[in-house]
Design a protein around this ligand. Sequence first.
Ligand SMILES: Cc1cc2nc3c(=O)[nH]c(=O)nc-3n(C[C@H](O)[C@H](O)[C@H](O)COP(=O)(O)OP(=O)(O)OC[C@H]3O[C@@H](n4cnc5c(N)ncnc54)[C@H](O)[C@@H]3O)c2cc1C
Length: 382
Amino acid sequence: MDFRLTEEQEFFKKIVADAVDRIIVPKSQEIDEKDEFPWEVWREFTKLGYLGLRYPEDVGGMNADKIMCMSFYEEIARGSVGFAQSVIMNILMGTYFLYRFGSDGIKERCLYPAMKGEKVATMCFTEDQSGSDLGATRTTAMRDGEGWRLNGTKMWITNGPICDFCTVLATTDASKGLKGLNFFLVEKGTPGFSAGQIIHKLGCRGTVTGELVFDDVWVPYENLLGDEPGKGVAYVGDILDEVRLMTGAMALGIARGAYAEALEFARKRMAFGQFIGKYQLIREKFAEMDTLMNAARLMVYYGSWLLENGMDSRTIAAEAKMYATEACLKVVDELTRIYGANAFAYEYLPQRFFRDARFLLYGGGTHEVLKDFIGRTIIGKL
Ligand SMILES: Cc1cc2nc3c(=O)[nH]c(=O)nc-3n(C[C@H](O)[C@H](O)[C@H](O)COP(=O)(O)OP(=O)(O)OC[C@H]3O[C@@H](n4cnc5c(N)ncnc54)[C@H](O)[C@@H]3O)c2cc1C
């Protein structure tokens, strides 16, 4: 076994970390406090070309392997989770179906500009009555002439209020449940398509999240993203491991940021005449945090290596997402204890890490749903 990064992976991780430290970290508190989309940071960061991270060079991408992608997600989440979420949406779920199924025209209009940061992308699964349970999707897409007519409302959409286009999950036949689901492209300016209510969030502030409304929206036939009607859920299955590992990598990034803050504090804060880092009970916290982070890192990168090499990563991806998130929640919790009362003040970092980490619980599968999935995979059909 060789756990070392290649020279290329090592170099990539370093230049991403430098860019995050230079462009994002100095703005991270402001991004959180203002809770507005940071267009200036977006423009400066996206011109570095990272939005094409996972796509091949012949379409203008970076052709990064899965290890490099995870390093990127980890580093950017360390800088600002709110900003990271918007960026990662353009890189992964917001453009995945366009790259895989889009016509040349769709790629020219939407995918390539999104890979340069000139357009903002998003992906819409969630509705007020369907989150984990995609089979309960109520948004409909009905054949109408040479195209499709969409009706419904999506909730909790990252980048939703500012998106230039979105990939929307809709049913073409509600009686078929999961087998009636398909993805459709809808572009800004299409009559009937509008942004609704903005959601004011506990954490991940700075990325704009909200409702998207589809009121008799007509799109041409080619906007069905997929070969055959009814295969939408199967297509999601093809990208799910990557999404789960990505969430685990983000968890590692937040945990690293929180851990660094805790370490700095423990080394300089005095209590009862000595640095608090000298107390065994504080050292124990670092021993636990470090162990959790190392275990999470092994799971995330081992899963990514399996995925990169075309091996079965389904169980480990779900486990890595869940474990890294729980590890991150523990680390941010310990940070708030080590930091004392200042952890409770808005002017210091711990409260932001504490709020941001909670969001990891939902995307990529809630932990109840993931445990059920892992258990079913292990036990198999009875
Ligand atoms: C910051 C943020 C950004 C988001 N961005 C997007 C986005 O861009 N696009 C998008 O489509 N969605 C987005 N979401 C929504 C997210 O994907 C959903 O929150 C997630 O799918 C869970 O759905 P839910 O919140 O409706 O919870 P539910 O699925 O309703 O779950 C509620 C509770 O029931 C439990 N539960 C559900 N099913 C089972 C089961 N089978 N067994 C045991 N327990 C179960 C869950 O674990 C949870 O505890 C975002 C959410 C957040 C917080």
